[in-house]
Design a protein around this ligand. Structure first.
Ligand code: PLP
Length: 426
């Protein structure tokens, strides 16, 4: 099931579970196609977050309400490890942002891994790219970067593998690009990396990919994988990583009386865990298809994520090739679809487009006038310069819908695009 739209009744049920799908907080109508910058929120996640966060008790204390709060954290941890990461071993590292986690992982891994070089890709988020580069310098290691293939807007597995040898201490390779949507061939890359150096430490930024597919770091042999709930229907101000047993006890910032593999530092935040449990339950319910059997909660979760991916891929095709009402991006005169070189099954639903008549910032403002929220990934931004320049572009309009959207939304977006492409440039 690589492409399959939700039925109309199911899509309408799904939409009713999310906030601000059709209107912004002030009641104004809009289409929110900037989910890669922070996704639409699941109502239950927000409600439960507010409810749990309103309770002042400390979950590490012993009174009745404190124990109740502690249970939210335990369940959230179970849901993350068992369902999101499918982890049978390893530990969870919770923190404020995925960038903080990634930088800290780069530091700790650089201090503990052995070898004379480290490898990253040109598409990594700055938190991973800069963390890897900085600590390579600190430890006197060669920093090797696998380049973008402009034809696919991804990084070829062979180009990553070619940079790894038996002296590679760390590999940082993201799951999917938040600029081009390209999904890396991690199966090949990780297998080859382990073969080249069985002790290599592999870290993977899954922030972009997590809301679009099931993750499985242990099956891939990955040592650390990051996740951010605010891109996954949830709440800002919390992130988490899976860390493998072999790396969990590397010396890291830790109260020394705690276990060597404990990565939690400071007061736990039960409301964040409670919100994550709601997200996991929501995805599991999507996976509970009549007639299909699932033996574990993870199976249900993975099937739910599979259905999300299938719907989004069908929408991606409509956006590129057109709906019954509107021509697709590939055939609107004056519009160039960048980063369009890989097969759809190798892409999360992120599209980058350029207009012949206006620049990306101006185009984003024109979309907003038409009630469509998208974002520019411009060479002016420190978050995207390295990537868009690698694609030979000065900046693209990034379009990132969510599975709550349907063919009607895509048609509305295409109509706005056609209008903008027809504007006389300034
Ligand atoms: C692929 C990717 N990795 C990491 C991050 C950083 O996440 P955070 O904002 O939680 O630091 C982002 C955020 O845009 C991202 O898209």
């Amino acid at each position: 099931m690589t492409e399959s739209l939700f039925t109309k009744p199911e899509l309408s049920r799904i939409r009713s579970k999310f906030l601000h799908v059709a209107r912004d907080f002030s009641g104004e109508k809009r289409l929110f196609f900037d989910n890669a910058g922070g996704s639409l929120r699941l109502k239950r996640a927000e409600e439960v977050f507010f409810h749990v966060d309103s309770i002042p008790d400390c979950s590490e204390h012993s009174n009745r309400v404190a124990r109740h709060l502690d249970e939210f954290e335990r369940q959230g941890r179970r849901d993350l490890m068992e369902c999101v990461f499918n982890a049978r071993h390893g530990v969870l590292y919770p923190s404020y942002s995925a960038s903080q986690i990634m930088m800290e992982l780069c530091r700790v891994f650089a201090e503990n891994a052995r070898g004379t070089n480290v490898v990253a890709t040109q598409l990594e988020h700055p938190s991973s790219y800069d963390g890897m580069k900085h600590y390579a310098e600190v430890h006197g290691r060669e920093f090797r970067v696998a380049p973008v293939n402009p034809a696919t807007s991804g990084v070829d597995a062979d180009d990553v593998i070619a940079r790894i040898d038996r002296h590679t201490a760390i590999l940082s390779c993201m799951y999917a690009s938040n600029i081009s949507g390209y999904i890396f061939d991690l199966e090949r890359i990780c297998a080859a990396a382990r073969k080249a150096n069985p002790d290599i430490v592999i870290v993977c930024d899954a922030v972009q990919h997590a809301p679009h597919a099931a993750l499985d770091p242990e099956a891939l042999g990955i040592d650390a994988m990051t996740f951010a709930p605010y891109k996954f229907f949830g709440v800002r101000g919390f992130s988490a990583a899976y860390i493998s047993d072999r790396c969990a006890s590397f010396m890291h910032h830790r109260l020394l009386a705690k276990a060597a593999d404990d990565w939690s530092l400071g007061s736990p935040a039960p409301a964040h865990y409670a919100a994550i449990s709601e997200i996991v339950s929501y995805v599991m319910r999507l996976g509970a298809v009549p007639g299909a059997t699932a033996s574990t909660r993870r199976d249900l979760f993975a099937r739910g994520m599979g259905r999300i991916a299938a719907h989004e891929r069908a929408l991606l095709r409509l956006a590129l090739e057109g709906t019954d009402k509107e021509p697709g991006l590939r055939s609107i005169p004056g519009v160039t679809v960048r980063m369009d070189g890989s097969p759809l099954e190798q892409r999360d639903f992120i599209i980058g487009i350029e207009f012949g008549n206006i620049g990306c910032e101006e185009a984003v403002a024109e979309y907003e006038k038409r009630g469509v929220i998208v974002f520019e990934r411009s060479a002016k931004s420190l978050y995207s310069r390295r990537m868009v320049e690698a694609f030979g572009s000065q900046g693209v309009v990034r379009v990132s819908p969510l599975h709550v959207h349907g063919p009607g939304d895509i048609a509305r977006f295409l109509r706005a695009t056609r209008e903008i492409a027809g504007l006389v440039g300034s």
